[in-house]
Design a protein around this ligand. Structure first.
Ligand SMILES: *Cc1c(COP(=O)(O)O)cnc(C)c1O
Length: 500
């Protein structure tokens, strides 16, 4: 049976994969969810013999029912190519008895590449299928990682343009340099004098402006979004969990059918939701461990059954996880209600009205295979240092949240199940915090030993882990985007770029 997509909030509209991808959000504001979850058709013995590309195809095919074999295979080939510095695409490193699934071997050195390398190709195909003749204009506000990954993915993809706004003083020096050096004829990057919320609000205003849409229409253009609620980002993420298990089998690390734990440093709940879907497809899982930093809204949720965003926002050194509303959790909530859009919609309505909701006891029962934990900045720093001293393996601040939470989990439960930890960024992407951790300083310490780039070089010498190619390229790269605008100047920037 073909998978179709429904809204988590109850609209009766049913969308094909390509329509769901182009729309991003369902018309009623809900998220698109698959109407059933497929089971893997190939056996684990077969999967263990397959390449990353082959496995990605097996996993994604049922979710993208209106894509032909030829189309999907071409998307996978174009996405997971030399942009990744290893043919394994998502290799595993074993350190301290734990399995680190490295999702940062793509062009921006963080896990968003896993989905954003393929999304542009999926979207271009989806547009064709939907007889969309307008050009797709991806409009994004970013606090750092997503912007660059989207730029790298969409650069020079025919039929698309991409515009990224970032807070001029709100991203790290490496993140900013990554964005403003982006090449491609179809890209625009602009810093704004404001914070991330200002950028986000400006983007939303453009999306919802009728007059703007009309003008776009007349010029054969259509806005679309690449944010993490798009099913075109979720589906490719399921593949690396399946590939990881197949790889562990192939290497003889586990026996066929052995149930592993998967621990994921979590922000918007996209990455761990993909692991949950992988489990439904047949991945043997004992526990899914949801790891939070000091913004521990998810930890509290799993512990108490109450989601409450009314709390202080804490800035940490794992910024991609500094989130109080985890958008993708809505999909898990929907499944926990037994796929009731009515119940899910009511809870989400409460969330936007009161900033909180409580789930029922029955729903909580559906979530029992999740464990949750959180790690403070201090615990993360200690984890980076301990792991490096014990094994010589260096991890970044986000991965450290996962590793520290897992360490605490083992201590509390005695559960020694083989555990896959999602490693979501290269340590060289956050060199100052990692350096501080090794010195035993606070992660956010501002002592200026050296520039970020030099610290990364130091770290590479100490660990023997080579600097990734994108990092070396960055040193030589030329700044191509110097635009800066005020909060209320975003529209003018967009219109000038698009020739409206
Ligand atoms: C986005 C991101 C995360 C959080 O992933 P979610 O899917 O939002 O839970 C963790 N680490 C890094 C480095 C990221 O960029």
């Amino acid at each position: 049976m073909e998978i179709l997509y429904r809204s988590t909030r109850g609209s009766r509209d049913i969308a094909s994969a390509s329509a769901a991808m182009l729309n991003g959000l369902a018309p009623d504001g809900g998220l698109y969810v698959p109407d059933h979850l497929p089971h893997l058709e190939k056996s684990w013995t077969e999967l263990a013999q397959m390449s990353y590309h082959g496995i990605a195809y097996e996993v994604m095919r049922p979710f993208l029912a209106d894509f032909s074999e030829k189309e999907l295979k071409a998307c996978i080939r174009a996405a997971y190519d030399k942009k990744f510095d290893t043919p394994q695409i998502a290799p595993i490193t074993k350190a301290d008895g734990r399995y680190f699934l490295e999702l940062w071997h793509g062009s921006t050195m963080a896990f968003k590449d896993m989905a954003l390398s393929i999304l542009p190709y999926l979207m271009a195909n989806a547009a064709h299928k939907q007889n969309e003749e307008r050009e797709i204009v991806i409009l994004t506000a970013t606090s750092g990682d997503t912007g660059k990954a989207a730029l790298a993915g969409f650069a020079d993809v025919p039929g698309t343009k991409i515009i990224v706004f970032y807070p001029k003083d709100g991203v790290s020096p490496i993140q900013e340099k990554q964005m403003v050096t982006q090449e491609g004829e179809n890209v625009l990057v602009v810093g704004i004098n404001g914070n991330f919320d200002d950028a986000q609000n400006g983007v939303k205003a453009l999306f919802t402006d009728e007059a703007e849409r009309e003008r776009m229409n007349r010029n054969m253009l259509r806005f679309s979004s690449a944010n993490s609620i798009n099913i075109g980002r979720l589906v490719p993420q399921i593949a690396y969990y399946i590939a990881a298990y197949a790889g562990m089998l192939r290497e003889g690390e586990i026996g066929n059918g052995y149930k592993i734990n998967i621990c994921v440093p979590t922000g918007n709940f996209g990455n761990i939701l993909a692991a949950y879907y992988a489990q439904w497809m047949g991945l043997p899982v004992n526990r899914l461990i949801c790891a939070s930093n000091s913004n521990k809204v998810l930890f509290d949720f799993f512990k108490t059954g109450t989601y409450d965003r009314n709390r202080e926002f804490i800035t940490t050194q794992s910024p991609s996880m500094d989130i109080l509303i985890s958008s993708n959790l809505e999909r898990l909530i929907y499944h926990a209600t037994g796929d009731s859009a009515e119940k899910c919609g009511a809870l989400m309505h409460q969330l936007s009205r009161d900033g909180r909701y409580d789930i029922s006891r029955e729903m909580a029962k559906e979530l029992t295979y999740f464990s949750a934990g959180y790690a403070t900045e201090e615990e993360c720093g200690k984890e980076i240092r301990t792991l490096f001293e014990d094994t010589g393996y260096l991890i970044d601040t986000h991965t450290a949240v996962g590793a520290a939470v897992h360490r605490k989990y083992v201590k509390e439960t005695g559960d020694d199940t083989a555990t896959l930890i999602a490693s979501t960024a290269s340590p060289y992407k956050f060199p100052r915090a990692v350096w501080n951790a090794l010195q035993g300083r606070a992660l956010a310490d501002r002592t200026q030993d050296a520039e970020d780039e030099q610290l990364a070089e130091q770290l590479s010498k100490m660990s023997g882990m080579p600097l990734p190619e994108p990092f070396l390229q960055l040193k030589r790269a030329r700044v191509r985007h110097k635009g800066v605008c005020e909060k209320d100047g975003m529209r003018a920037e967009v219109e000038r770029f698009l020739g409206l």
